[in-house]
Design a protein around this ligand. Structure first.
Ligand code: CA
Ligand code: CA
Length: 207
């Protein structure tokens, strides 16, 4: 047998061994159970008294049951369960009036359990909430100043337009109209704002 033929056979054996090993590795990876969340994380930017709902898809179910848990005590995050937790699932975020501005972190833990009640995989979905106020309290017409024009804007809103349903017009900053901070807009806010502008009344208290 020539040297060339020997080298060829040795190369062929090495290639065959590599393919066998690679095949074994591929099989072991394919058999692993792996949850994937889409999106892998969630971010929300809200003002106080605002809420929103978002949807998360979980892939690679493979017949396993899913359990959803909110890690830590996040009072602003609520999973929307169907009869049983299945993908896709939904999350409600709701911010009450007393929540301070800032960044809040939470986590949803999704656990996959097989028919023998064994945990086959877990996935964590980080949820970040930014609470901001990008308006000046009392600046109902959003012109950067608090003055008599804002009083007029609130009065028009209350007694002429009667809200968005009547005339399709609302103040630029609805949240900025609740100057006494009681989570509703009415004539008391007008009185409070006039008192603040012309009589040095107490500070505006929008949430
Ligand atoms: Ca203004
Ligand atoms: Ca009010």
């Amino acid at each position: 047998m020539s040297r060339q033929t020997q080298n060829y056979r040795a190369g062929l054996k090495a290639l065959l061994a590599f393919l066998i090993i690679y095949s074994c590795i591929s099989v072991s990876v394919a058999q692993a159970f792996e949850l994937v969340a889409e999106p892998p994380s969630l971010e929300f930017s809200l003002h106080p008294l605002q809420g929103v709902r978002d949807t998360v898809l979980i892939y690679e179910l493979d017949g396993a049951n899913l359990q959803l848990n909110i890690v830590e005590n996040c009072s602003w995050l609520f999973p929307v369960f169907a009869d049983s937790p299945v993908t896709p699932f939904e999350l409600d975020v709701w911010i009450d009036a007393s929540t301070d501005t800032g960044v809040y972190l939470c986590e949803v833990l999704v656990t996959a359990i097989d028919e023998d009640s064994a945990v086959v995989d877990e996935i964590s979905i980080p949820v970040t909430l930014y609470i901001t106020r990008d308006y000046e309290c009392g600046d109902a017409n959003d012109d950067g100043r608090v003055n008599i024009l804002d009083v007029c804007t609130i009065l028009l809103y209350l007694y002429k337009c009667k809200g968005e349903d009547k005339c399709g017009w609302i103040p630029e900053n609805v949240d900025a109209c609740d100057v006494n901070g009681n989570a509703s807009i009415n004539i008391l806010d007008v009185v409070y704002l006039i008192n603040y502008i012309y009589k040095g009344g107490p500070p505006l208290m929008c949430w």
